[in-house]
Design a protein around this ligand. Structure first.
Ligand code: FES
Length: 137
């Protein structure tokens, strides 16, 4: 199994790791297959994601994809973050081994779960924003 240089970089020195005390949205997602868990924290001001933090109890691919995913959504409007797919994250990392693709879903779903939490707190039904979360913890 070969990891790209970018995957190794993000695995060894992941970006945006940690907790956030004053998060506007928190999402936690577990992968039923391997038991890995990811928690995502979002700070949102005026519809812009101004800060992101994550914690993962997961494999190298889960850590690398979370790190890249948080980089990709930081500073972006929530609507754009909602459209982020795990494929886009994998591409930004120059690919993942085929058996590890499922790990990248964790980051995408954790972001969606955090945005669902954010919308719920705003009194907006997440379903009305098209948020669907497939893997729940
Ligand atoms: Fe569990 Fe990768 S093996 S997320």
């Amino acid at each position: 199994m070969e990891y790209s240089e970018k995957v190794m970089e993000h695995f060894i020195h992941p970006h945006n790791v940690g907790k956030m005390e004053d998060a506007d949205g928190i999402g936690e997602i577990g992968n039923a297959k391997c038991g890995d868990i990811m928690r995502m924290y979002l700070k949102i001001d005026d519809g812009i994601i101004t800060d992101v933090k994550f914690n993962t109890y997961g494999c190298a691919s889960a850590i690398a994809t979370s790190s890249m995913a948080t980089d990709l959504i930081k500073g972006q409007p929530v609507e754009d973050a909602l459209k982020l797919t795990n494929q886009a994250v994998v591409e930004a990392l120059d690919g993942l081994p085929a058996v590890k693709i499922h790990c990248s879903v964790l980051a995408e779903q954790a972001i969606k779960a955090a945005l669902a939490d954010y919308y719920t707190k705003q009194g907006v039904d997440p379903a009305s924003k098209g948020i669907r979360i497939t893997e729940h913890h």
